[in-house]
Design a protein around this ligand. Structure first.
Ligand SMILES: Cc1cc2nc3c(=O)[nH]c(=O)nc-3n(C[C@H](O)[C@H](O)[C@H](O)COP(=O)(O)OP(=O)(O)OC[C@H]3O[C@@H](n4cnc5c(N)ncnc54)[C@H](O)[C@@H]3O)c2cc1C
Length: 303
């Protein structure tokens, strides 16, 4: 089985998430080649075939040109699967490629089971296994779901040049508005999950964060409910964090949350359910009612 993996490059740098594609290909047991629009001095450490287009000519992002370049690589490589990250680049480009090639797309794959792809359903509360409806397919993989695999070595480069012209021009990136909190720099994060029960309990979690000299984090339902500002959200649609200590309070451990925090050095989870999935990544799982345990812990720290 052959995969063509679509790497990512942003603001002059190769994105580390590119190596998650290699982790996916390994989990699938597939041979892989890479495609990337990048600069030649920023190539992935990978000893296979690399289809390379110059970012200066094709733009860091241009859906018309990148799609055409991918078709050139597909023609040469004839892959079974064309694999994107489920990122803003992948969201935009993958369906354009699938539609043009008239092949199926399976989005947001978080695991492979018995040759089928696991994807979320019911707002990611459940998972189901699917098979693409066509022999060849476009796939996108969930951030953080597959291991980062950095095999090393130097790629065998096949250069590609776009022959089309495009009415689109890549202008640049605009930094997001300054936030009241920069979770990416925090050494300690204490996160409020839906298990805290109500908005009035947020200060209890915040007090523990302050006692540890850290910041308040939040899962998405807590943000969606308006209990905490979005700038505190951790996960695929929030921030990716890697503090020294991460304390998850009443957080179940959905894949979208784990993708944002599983690289933390030490993870403590407080959950009344001993089987909550967060236990799979936690160094310590405290099975307790969060609203009893957290105030007691903060009081101890205050002594
Ligand atoms: C496209 C997409 C993007 C998403 N992006 C994000 C994202 O960026 N970040 C994110 O967090 N989610 C994201 N989600 C949502 C995600 O799938 C989960 O729904 C969410 O992470 C669940 O949040 P939670 O763990 O706080 O709540 P729940 O899943 O409801 O879990 C609550 C947990 O609290 C425990 N609990 C309940 N009461 C108590 C108590 N008294 N004491 C102790 N424990 C208790 C329960 O046992 C449970 O494990 C996204 C979903 C989709 C579809």
């Amino acid at each position: 089985m052959k995969t063509l993996l679509i790497g990512e490059y942003r603001e002059g740098r190769l994105l580390e998430s590119t190596y998650e594609l290699l982790g996916f290909a390994q989990a699938l047991g597939a041979d892989s080649s890479l495609f990337i629009v990048a600069r030649e001095d920023q190539l992935p450490a990978f000893a296979g075939k690399l289809y390379l287009a110059d970012a200066a000519a094709a733009g860091e992002y241009n859906p018309d040109l990148h799609r055409e370049l991918i078709f050139q690589a597909v023609e040469q490589e004839q892959p079974d699967y064309i694999v994107f990250l489920h990122s803003s680049y992948g969201w935009d480009l993958a369906p354009r490629v699938a539609a043009k090639l008239k092949i199926a797309q399976v989005s947001e794959i978080s695991a492979i089971t018995a040759g089928e792809f696991e994807v979320g359903c019911c707002n990611a509360k459940m998972r189901r296994s699917v098979k693409p409806a066509t022999e060849k397919a476009v796939l996108t993989i969930q951030a953080g779901a597959f291991p980062v695999l950095q095999p090393g070595g130097s790629p065998q480069i096949r250069k590609l040049t776009a022959s089309l012209s495009s009415n689109l021009e890549f202008v640049g990136y605009e930094p997001a508005e300054a936030k009241d909190v920069d979770l990416a720099k925090a050494e300690v994060i204490v996160t409020a999950g839906r298990g805290i029960g109500k908005k009035e309990n947020v200060p209890v979690i915040h007090a523990l964060a302050k006692a540890l000299g850290g910041e308040l984090g939040a899962s998405r339902p807590v943000v969606d409910a308006g209990w905490v500002e979005h700038s505190h959200q951790v996960g695929t649609t929030g921030q990716t964090v890697s503090p020294k200590l991460y304390i998850a309070c009443g957080v179940s451990g959905a894949i979208q949350h784990l993708a944002g925090m599983k690289k933390s050095d030490f993870i403590i989870a407080i959950n009344k359910d001993k089987d909550a999935p967060i236990g799979e990544v936690a160094d310590v799982l405290v099975v307790a009612d969060v609203m009893q345990f957290v105030p007691a812990m903060t009081a101890k720290l205050g002594r």
